[in-house]
Design a protein around this ligand. Sequence first.
Ligand SMILES: *Cc1c(COP(=O)(O)O)cnc(C)c1O
Length: 222
Amino acid sequence: MSIKENLSTIKSSFLDPDCTLVAVSKTKPVEAIQEAYAAGIRDFGENKVQELMEKAPQLPSDIRWHMIGHLQRNKVKYLVDTVHLIHGVDSMRLLREIEKQAAKVGRVLQVLLQVHIAEEDSKFGFDAEELQEALLSEELAACRHVKVCGLMGMATFTEDEAQVSREFEGLKRLFDRCKSLSLPEHVQLETLSMGMSGDYLLAQKAGSTMVRIGSAIFGARA
Ligand SMILES: *Cc1c(COP(=O)(O)O)cnc(C)c1O
């Protein structure tokens, strides 16, 4: 199956046609991205800063680049001019660095706060309590160069669909609860980024507004 065929199969399976599809192109060559671009995709996700920065100049400038992986603070400065949305903001320290680098170039950077929903300890992110604390903090209120657009989460890597669904539903409830808080004006929780190749339908069923799909589009990664 070609990239174009994979995309059309995936798109036609969507439970929510308005859900944004981010094509995760990490480890894949520029030619593969061009193929997806030709099929109409404009949102692409990478998880390594260096790889994103190498690919972006070789591709059309109307691509919206999503930084989806764990982001180290010392790499933020390289991204500020290029990135459309940073999905994995998992600490106030990282948020502070994004604020600092964005202020330097006079930009407002869009971010999602990553929430820890999986069973594994290895996954990054805020827990529910830390998240509410961060959203209501004076420090976040003072970050004028960051726009918090929503939340991101990754479910446990398991065959157990009931567990995956529970985790996504839990994140959706947390998202709705956070939306009802009285938040600063630069916090507008509209995006709920959850779902990958293996679980995007479960994520959409639970209320995802953005899915990050790699291998189902581009094939398995080496
Ligand atoms: C790699 C990756 C994806 C895409 O994974 P697939 O299973 O290939 O769809 C989604 N989100 C994040 C954060 C990733 O690192």
